[in-house]
Design a binder for this molecule. Structure first.
Ligand code: 5GP
Length: 206
């Protein structure tokens, strides 16, 4: 069977809702699905690795990419810049590879302008208290940063209505199964599967 264009899945959530690990995990479990590694000017957190978690770049290098239109979308979040490589996306999708991206709401909207068929998923925490707990447990942010992120989360979560799917991340494996189910269902849609062989038979070409 010939491979058509890859599908695009964009996942957004307030930070601390657990989307990065979920997206990476799903990409590792489903065949033919890749996680898009973003570029950022944010300094690496403890344990983060350049080229695996992000491509960590300086402000000037990032601006240079912006000027050359190398990003399919980019956004400023909490004072840092984040962007997705246009060439990488085009290459994957062009070769029939499905891509999952973890973007903020501005990024998801901008991405849809280029990939209008992208399926968008909003991941919600079960409650604000649980989100706060998760942010504190992460221990990578100062208490001020946690409060800033919580405030941002409330503003962010208003955007859930712009998405195709909503998943409440109360239990990790359940949320993961739900994301996988969305991906598998999109893959099985009529129009995405190449059934030329069957249409030939049905058309009486044999
Ligand atoms: P963090 O700094 O916690 O890794 O990510 C902060 C926010 O940036 C998250 O909401 C994440 O989804 C978003 N983000 C990560 N990469 C990109 C990107 O390439 N573009 C956009 N627009 N947002 C991104």
């Amino acid at each position: 069977m010939e491979r058509g264009r890859g599908l695009v899945f964009v996942v957004s959530a307030p930070s601390g809702a657990g989307k990065t690990s979920l997206c990476r995990d799903v990409a590792g479990r489903l065949p033919n699905l890749k996680y898009a590694i973003s570029y950022t000017t944010r300094p690496p957190r403890v344990g983060e690795v350049d080229g695996r978690d992000y491509f960590f770049v300086g402000h000037d290098a990032f601006q240079d990419h912006v000027e050359k239109s190398n990003f399919v979308e980019w956004a400023e979040i909490y004072g840092y810049l984040y962007g997705t490589s246009r060439a990488w996306m085009a290459d994957q999708v062009g070769h029939g590879v499905d891509v999952i991206l973890d973007l903020d709401t501005q990024g998801a909207q901008a991405l849809r302008a280029v990939y209008p068929d992208a399926a968008s998923i909003y991941l919600l925490p079960p409650s604000l208290d649980i989100l706060r707990e998760r942010l504190i447990r992460r221990q990578s942010d100062t208490p001020e940063e946690v409060e800033k992120r919580l405030q941002m989360a409330c503003i962010e979560m208003e955007s859930y209505r712009q998405y195709d799917y909503v998943i409440v991340n109360a239990e990790y494996t359940t949320a993961r199964t739900e994301i996988e189910a969305i991906i598998l269902a999109k893959r099985a849609r009529i129009g995405h599967i190449d059934l030329t062989w069957l249409d030939k038979i049905l058309g009486g070409d044999l």
